[in-house]
Write a protein that binds this ligand. Structure first.
Ligand code: F6P
Length: 545
């Protein structure tokens, strides 16, 4: 007899994939009649309450969706798509700890890491480990007693990008006596400059690896240990700490202080676990708890808000609308806050490792596109680089602006300029400029002998380019927690609509295996048998002798 868990998983497996629903077909037809030629400027004229109707207040995050290529009917059909795909049931299965990561037979419970004590799955285990990790962080933060001045996190992917993104984002909360360094690449040019100038007795190395087998992290951890020994470091137990699910491997490495987590925490969803130790060291226990609380508030919103007001769901639906109906292949993220400079890199792993798949959960090839390319830079820097392409390039690329109302600095003048820039870019993308308008403008830097009409064509903008604007009142531990959780759930929503398993990453395996094969071949005299001519030729060119 099947257990209730098996029954639920069977029901979920039987839920239709997005392209097998009535709503999908209705959306296809609607796109042909109203989507392809949709004009944002006209929509604002026709729909007087467009801004009010298409803005959502989620915990800590306000979102203006009104500059997207959406009409009321599109939205209704997308919501119908969510219903037909059983998003609610799939979401509940995740929160309740069912093994929705079907290819690895695992639950997906990063939400349990931020549930208050006594709530959520595995609460006792979660809070025991959290309390221990935070208590340890406080002992290190007592720098007079600990003597620690530098923290070096050695990890890669999910064991690096979260802390590396959050620590600078929360700079205003960071312990002034501690300096943070992040080493990820298996390239001496990464760890080398970090170690230069450090004093082993003032340094704490955090070896962060869920598996404790990742080649890059293990190589860098050994390099750090060798450097520590060679430079007179003593008391490894005080200067090396591990965050991992593989406590035995950490012990074999010689690390005795270890904070653990569980296989139901995916690497790219792990900053809320012991992997967040550098964050806790930077901002302290109270602020780390506020980060968790912000994420939990977004979890509740995703679990409870009605679909039409559910921000992660709406963003996931927009992703599907743009990717599968408009055919847009990328999305740009522009955080107008320098502290969020690593957010695009963090989101690249979160979104593209989760949803960059070409088969559905049952292994069937997908006949439609999945994860868009996610990329970006903080504003205003991006404006002076690739925004040219966003405004006048041949591809339409939806942009996500992230604005923060109140800065964490008190320098005069700068913040209003920053905000005005962000708003102007989203306005320009939407408004565009016709050749007729350009014709009436002066262009003092234009070539004198160029005829006016040709010049106007170069100076016109198609406009009607979509963007979303997210606003945080301030970038705090709580609001950042909510923002990250918003993106996590948006990825869940689009992945669930596409019918894929967003929680495995088999696509990283082949390259890893081939690397193991190639490493000995690269050595002088190494065997090149069986290699393709390109790889063999490149190896010969790269060999030192
Ligand atoms: O190679 C991909 C990956 O497995 C990511 O999913 C993960 O975040 C990263 O490597 C690091 O893995 P680990 O934490 O086990 O070292």
């Amino acid at each position: 007899m099947n257990s209730p868990q098996d029954n639920l998983m069977q029901r979920i497996a039987a839920l239709p994939r997005c392209d097998r629903t009535d709503a999908w077909h209705a959306l296809k037809a609607h796109y042909e009649t109203h989507g392809r030629g949709f004009d944002l400027r006209g929509a604002f004229v026709r729909q007087r309450d467009r801004f009010e109707t298409l803005s959502v207040q989620a915990p800590e995050v306000y979102a203006d969706l009104s500059k997207n290529l959406l009409d009321p009917q599109t939205l209704q059909l997308l919501l119908a798509l969510a219903r037909e795909c059983g998003i609610q049931e799939r979401r509940n299965a995740m929160f309740d700890g069912h093994a929705i990561n079907v290819t690895e037979g695992r639950s997906v419970l990063h939400t349990a890491l931020r549930a208050p004590r006594g709530q959520g799955c595995f609460s006792d285990d979660v809070h025991r480990e959290l309390d221990a990790m935070l208590a340890y962080a406080e002992t290190v933060r007592d720098t007079a007693a600990s003597g620690i001045r530098h923290v070096v996190n050695i990890g890669i992917g999910g064991s690096d990008l979260g802390p590396q993104m959050v620590v600078p984002a929360l700079d205003a909360w960071v312990h002034p006596g501690l300096n943070f360094h992040f080493v990820s690449n298996v390239d001496g040019h990464d760890i080398g400059p970090v170690l230069r100038g450090l004093d082993p007795q003032e340094t704490l190395f955090v070896i962060a690896s869920k598996t404790f087998t990742t080649q890059e992290t293990m190589a860098n951890a050994h390099a750090a240990k060798d450097w520590f020994d060679a430079n007179g470091g003593t008391d490894i137990a005080r200067h090396f700490v591990a965050t991992t699910t593989n406590v035995e491997a950490a012990a074999q490495f010689g690390i005795t202080t270890t904070f653990g987590f569980w296989d139901w925490v995916g690497g790219r969803y792990s900053l809320w676990s012991a992997i967040g130790l550098p964050i806790a060291l930077a901002i302290g226990a109270g602020n780390f708890r506020a980060l968790l609380a912000g994420a939990h508030a977004m979890d509740r919103h995703f679990a409870q808000a009605p679909a039409a007001q559910n921000l992660p769901l709406l963003l996931g639906l927009l992703d599907v609308w743009y990717r599968n109906f408009h055919g847009f292949t990328s999305r740009s993220v522009a955080p107008y806050h320098q502290g969020l400079k690593r957010l695009p890199a963090y989101l690249q792993q979160l979104e593209m490792e989760s949803n960059g798949k070409c088969v559905d959960a049952a292994g069937e090839p997908l006949p439609f596109g999945t994860s868009p390319v996610v990329w970006g830079e903080p504003g205003t820097n991006g404006q002076h680089a690739y925004f040219q392409m966003l405004h006048q390039g041949t591809d339409v690329i939806p942009v996500e602006f992230i604005l923060v109302k109140t800065p964490s600095h008190s320098l005069p003048d700068l913040h209003a300029k920053l905000l005005a820039n962000g708003l102007a870019q989203s306005q320009a993308l939407m408004r565009g400029k016709s050749a007729a308008e350009a014709l009436n403008e002066k262009a003092p830097t234009a070539a004198r002998d160029l005829d006016a009409l040709t010049l106007a064509k170069h100076r016109s903008f198609p406009g009607n380019r979509p963007s979303t604007t997210l606003i945080l009142d301030q970038l705090t531990p709580r609001s950042l927690g909510a923002l990250i959780a918003l993106y996590e759930h948006r990825v869940f929503a689009s992945g669930a609509l596409w019918g894929i398993n967003s929680f495995d990453q088999w696509g990283v395996e082949l390259g890893k295996a081939l690397c193991v094969d190639l490493l000995p071949r690269l050595a002088t005299g190494g065997d090149l048998d069986g290699l393709d001519a390109s790889t063999a030729g490149l190896i010969q060119r790269l060999r030192s002798a």
